[in-house]
Design a protein around this ligand. Sequence first.
Ligand code: HEC
Ligand code: HEC
Length: 249
Amino acid sequence: MCSSKRVFQLLLGLSCGLWVGIIAMANSQTAPSPSLAAAPASDGAIFYQSMCSQCHGSRGEGNEMVKAPSIAGRPAWYVERQLENFRHGRRGMKSQDIQGSLMASIAKVLLPEQMTAVAEVVAKMPFVSPAQSLALKDPDVEEGRFIFMDRCAQCHRFNGTGEMTFGSPPLIGLQDWYLLAQIGKFKSGWRGVDPADPNGTKMQQSSGYIESEQAKHDVVAFIMSLNPRPNGESTADVLFSEKEMQAAK
Ligand code: HEC
Ligand code: HEC
């Protein structure tokens, strides 16, 4: 059984036991395995380290090798909502979406109280500023800024910190390869097409505002520039005028 999953193991860098366990649990329509069910929902931190850290990192910083994004500091309402989306087949439901399907198999073995507990732990993890990867091709940050302010800021806020009342998550904190991938998934209808996912639908429609591959790279480069730098500033502080910052607030 293990060898048939070898490609995935290599891809994911997971131990054979864990991978087989996840698949076996996800494929069974019965209740979660006794070990999972026994995991104390009240201790979300232990639960996180045993069930999530292999891919999302011990500090929630993410792992490019397995295309798992940083989730440190993402708001609990968003994390819980996404776990529910994965669990109920509203995200990660297309077989071509390897990473989404993988995360969906994990969400399907979680109990509701475990999702709530782990979402609270993730939300309290200190923010991790994502490193720039080699994913962006010749980005024009100024063009990206124009697109963002014109077509994204009304929902995700001018500084990319998101807005709970709109269901729009922060975009800062996420890696560039993940942002590119998600915009692509919305555009190709792999995410945000289920009628029971109104927030996903809003973003699926908004992804149409990004008209070209280049525009996608430009806007992601601008989003990356919004991340706080070690001295607490963001590159955007330099790009925005004082007046624009006030107007956007
Ligand atoms: C085997 C690897 C793996 C494990 C274990 C795993 N994840 Fe994930 N997770 C992923 C990948 C890959 C994605 C990206 C899915 C996509 O591309 O749509 C993801 C996406 C997510 C997202 C969506 C992030 C966003 O910004 O929308 C959340 C939330 C999440 N995972 C939480 C968890 C939690 C909580 C656990 C533990 C219960 C966990 N994950 C365990 C691989 C994993
Ligand atoms: C009408 C409001 C709205 C607009 C405009 C909008 N978004 Fe979103 N966006 C959302 C919502 C709501 C979600 C959460 C979707 C979900 O729950 O799955 C989201 C999710 C996302 C995500 C996924 C984040 C993650 O953690 O997986 C990315 C990336 C994103 N938006 C980028 C953009 C960009 C870039 C633009 C501008 C071109 C934009 N959005 C415009 C509402 C909007």
